[in-house]
Design a protein. Structure first.
Length: 608
């Protein structure tokens, strides 16, 4: 008999739409911002391979380097291509709940898929070039494939082994997640009564099927060998297979400079929806002794605690906690019972009242934040009550009215009041989550003050590249024909200059003649530069000054995503005789500049 056909259902279409939405948000304007040092360090080995360099250190993320090399080889190198694999693999996450929807339930699985598709933290992590998101996605897929191990066949374990191999090739981030998972598993086994956990996985099958551990190890080993070396094309990939574990261990001795408080701010500032409902679900699950809730809560808590104590942490490492948190939140939201008739109308009415009052309180809070910053202190009325006091009174009044509205309905029917409160709170938190999605994916990268991205953030790299191309066309007849001495030698700078053929480190090029262009930091000055060159400064990197924020500063960041920033500048020094007007070209207020000259004084760059 032939296997039964699986017809396309509405559920399948919903998962497809959710995944398409999540992938679209991850890919939208993916290449708009230049690569930061963190990203460029991961992308440079892939570019070096595509440029034909023989001896390339693949670094601790050989899987990302080899896969990205393939795209560079086919389509050329760009910021978009450098971030493509993490964004694409991150788009797999919404499909994970579909694979275990029978255990989770159809509605909670769909809700979890929506959460994984639109969570700001997961979107930000997927838009970072490198292996962290690839490690998370492949590790999660491995666990999901192994969940029904007693029912799975050889193909299932082979796919799990392939995903495990790809996860191991994705770098140090995997070991952060693995350590948290092991800690959660040990704790769960210690607190669970005997017999509650399934001890049968990994044993040989009674019906003579092969040992699943053998299938898993063989398929994983083959993946490590072939994917890590691209079918033995890059033998150095064999030596890089253990680089992820080494990088994780080095992270214990090399602090990243990210304080634990920033992790807490990221969770509170972006993850309000999932934190509220995941906490309720975990509390309910522990009271009732539910294994799924206990396991997910321990996994999330272990991931957060491990990242907190790990010196080499990045905020994006919190993504390991977001998947179990969304599992908990989806189960809690899915428990909300459907109602009809008058009860539904009253609950919806209460939710609408709460939303209206909270919107009023929010707008006045935003106004209050501007007043604290000294933006505008003009009195609202003609009498002596200033606008600061008025905003405080409006906020207080809105809170009191919300409390009275809830209490009034609760006196009539507690279940209706609780349902209206949950509905109103859910809508408010959804708006907050969508605001976070806007910040990490849709806002102008230059204006981003987001916590999830590795710092320092990129600055005016595109403007610097444009200037160099125009200088090359004007003086050398080719937009990449300049000889460039690189004094400011950072991964992001190397990435920005990857297409220029004559780039060397240091001011001396090995001959008597000085190079046409020198790129140096503000503190890397040389007397020869001041006498023979003319310079222009560019903002190369931006570091939000989180440590300078007080309570009012964090309030403004939470509302407006505004924060002070520290800028690192790089100076482009070009030989004076490259310009028709010699020394006068860069004098302030010079009225006449030859029309054929490059846009050396373009918007966004200041004179030096």
């Amino acid at each position: 008999m032939s296997a039964p056909r699986r017809n396309l259902t509405v559920e399948h279409l919903l998962y497809g739409l959710i995944a398409a939405l999540g992938l679209g948000v991850r890919l939208f304007r993916l290449g708009a911002s230049p690569l930061s040092d963190f990203e460029a360090a991961a992308a440079l080995p892939a570019w070096q391979l595509s440029a034909g360099q023989t001896f390339v250190d693949l670094g601790p993320q050989p899987g990302y380097a080899v896969l990205t090399w393939l795209l560079f080889f086919l389509f050329g190198s760009s910021n978009f291509i450098a971030r493509f694999w993490p964004a694409l693999v991150g788009g797999i996450l919404p499909f994970l709940p579909y694979l275990f929807r029978k255990r989770l339930g159809s509605i909670p699985a769909l809700l979890m898929a929506v959460g994984l598709a639109l969570d700001p933290g997961l979107i930000a992590a997927a838009r970072i070039a490198g292996g962290p998101m690839m490690a998370l996605a492949f590790a999660a897929l491995t666990l999901v494939l192994l969940m029904d191990s007693q029912k799975g066949g050889s193909l299932q374990f082979s796919l799990a082994g392939i995903c495990l191999g790809l996860a191991l090739l994705s770098g140090p981030s995997l070991w952060i997640g693995a350590a948290g998972f092991v800690l959660a598993a040990i704790t769960l086994r210690a607190i669970m009564p005997p017999g509650r956990l399934d001890p049968e996985w990994g044993r040989a099958r009674a019906d003579g099927q092969p040992d699943p551990r053998r299938i898993l190890l063989i398929s994983g080993g083959i993946t490590l060998l072939l994917a890590g070396t691209f079918f033995l094309r890059f033998p150095q990939g064999i030596g890089a297979l253990g680089g992820g574990l080494v990088g994780f261990l080095l992270g214990w001795a090399q602090p990243s400079g990210v304080p634990p408080g920033r992790l807490i701010a990221a969770l509170l500032g972006y993850q309000g929806l999932v934190l509220v409902f995941a906490s309720l679900s975990a509390w309910r699950g522990w009271r009732r002794g539910q294994t799924v809730e206990k396991a997910a809560a321990l996994a999330a808590l272990s991931a957060v605690l491990l990242v907190m104590v790990y010196p080499g942490r990045q905020v994006a490492d919190l993504a390991w906690a977001l998947v179990p948190l969304w599992l908990l939140a989806a189960r809690e939201i899915g428990r909300q019972e459907a109602v009809a008739g008058l009860d539904r109308v009253v609950s919806a009415g209460l939710a609408a009242v709460l939303l209206t009052l909270s919107a009023s309180a929010w707008m006045n809070l935003a106004r209050l934040s501007s007043l604290v910053a000294g933006v505008n202190t003009t009195p609202l009325f003609i009498w002596t009550v200033d606008q600061y006091t008025v905003n405080l009174l409006v906020i207080l009044g809105a809170i009191i009215l919300m409390g009275l509205s809830y209490t009034t309905i609760r006196m009539w029917d507690p279940a209706v009041a609780r349902r209206g409160l949950v509905w109103g709170l859910s809508v408010m938190l959804v708006f907050g989550m969508l605001s976070g999605v806007w910040g990490v994916s849709l806002r102008d990268p230059v204006e981003q003050r987001e916590l999830w991205f590795p710092e320092p953030l990129a600055g005016q790299a595109d403007l610097l590249e444009k200037t160099l191309h125009e200088l090359g066309e004007w003086t050398a007849g080719h937009d990449r024909g300049l000889e460039i001495a690189l004094v400011y030698d950072q991964p992001s700078m190397r990435w920005a200059l990857r297409d220029f053929a004559a780039v060397h480190s240091g001011l001396s090029s090995g001959g008597e003649t000085l190079p046409a262009v020198v790129l140096a930091g503000e503190g890397e000055q040389d007397l020869r530069l001041a006498s023979a060159y003319r310079g222009q400064d560019f903002v190369w990197s931006v570091r939000p000054a989180w440590e300078l924020l007080g309570l009012d500063g964090w309030l403004r960041w939470w509302i407006f995503r505004q924060a002070p920033a520290q800028q690192d500048q790089v100076i482009l020094w070009a030989q004076a005789d490259m310009f028709l007007a010699g020394e006068e070209v860069f004098e302030i207020g010079e009225p006449e500049i030859d029309a054929e000259q490059p846009a050396f004084l373009d918007d966004g760059a200041s004179e030096n």
